[in-house]
Ligand binder design. Sequence first.
Ligand SMILES: Cc1cc2nc3c(=O)[nH]c(=O)nc-3n(C[C@H](O)[C@H](O)[C@H](O)COP(=O)(O)OP(=O)(O)OC[C@H]3O[C@@H](n4cnc5c(N)ncnc54)[C@H](O)[C@@H]3O)c2cc1C
Length: 238
Amino acid sequence: MNKKITILGAGISGLTSAYLLQKKGFDVTVIEKNNQPGGAMESVHENGFLFDRGPNSLLETVPLIGQLVTELGLESEVIYANDEGNKRYILRDNQLHALPTSLKAFLQTKLFSTAAKFRLLKEPFVGRSDDGYYQSIADFVKRRLGQEFLDYAINPFVAGVYAGRPEKLSVASAFPKLYALEEKYGGLMIGAFKSAKERKKRAEVSKQSAKMLSFRNGMQTLPLALAKQLGNRVLTKS
Ligand SMILES: Cc1cc2nc3c(=O)[nH]c(=O)nc-3n(C[C@H](O)[C@H](O)[C@H](O)COP(=O)(O)OP(=O)(O)OC[C@H]3O[C@@H](n4cnc5c(N)ncnc54)[C@H](O)[C@@H]3O)c2cc1C
């Protein structure tokens, strides 16, 4: 007899797990407290507009995403973001500067001063903090990369994602992957280099170079397609 597995929650995590477990031959049931699958991924059509109430896109960082899209027959539903949309601008001294995405662009940008660029060379030699889990994003970034990186790279990003101050947020909670680079490899540069090698082995791509995609009928397309495959194994409220 196949092992029975019950998963609570038909969000993307529960449904993807159920789908993969079912493929491996497990007898899976997903129980969802709401009346439709998707969890945070909820797409609504209203007055001729499409609203994504949760995520509006995803990054194709792992091969599993493409695999799911193909297996679920969603290729024609996928919309990739225009590369132009990947550009980010930061305001400094009343001037917009494109956030550099290559070494050449970084060396040429006026977003960071020459001193701040040289300060980066120190990063591999900066030790760990004793504050561990409780250090703020601001303390972490200032210690490793310097004040300018905090002000003109990290702070705008933190404000955009968390609507919060880097002095108030824990780096380990808000940016666990960044924190892990220091914990695991002892520094961000060496960590970025080594983890890129490890990612390559797993055929993954970094968030910076991953393609961004959505679906013609919104992000809920993906959980709905997974739920359809699972059929009556997904039990919703209604
Ligand atoms: C506003 C917003 C914008 C976002 N934007 C992006 C984005 O652009 N790109 C991106 O990659 N990510 C984004 N995210 C994050 C992403 O949506 C989530 O990481 C992801 O959807 C989480 O999926 P999940 O299945 O883990 O959890 P959820 O989607 O939260 O699913 C959990 C499910 O479990 C159910 N449940 C909970 N408790 C029980 C119970 N006791 N019994 C039965 N069912 C239960 C819930 O009803 C829910 O359906 C965004 C999130 C939000 C809220």
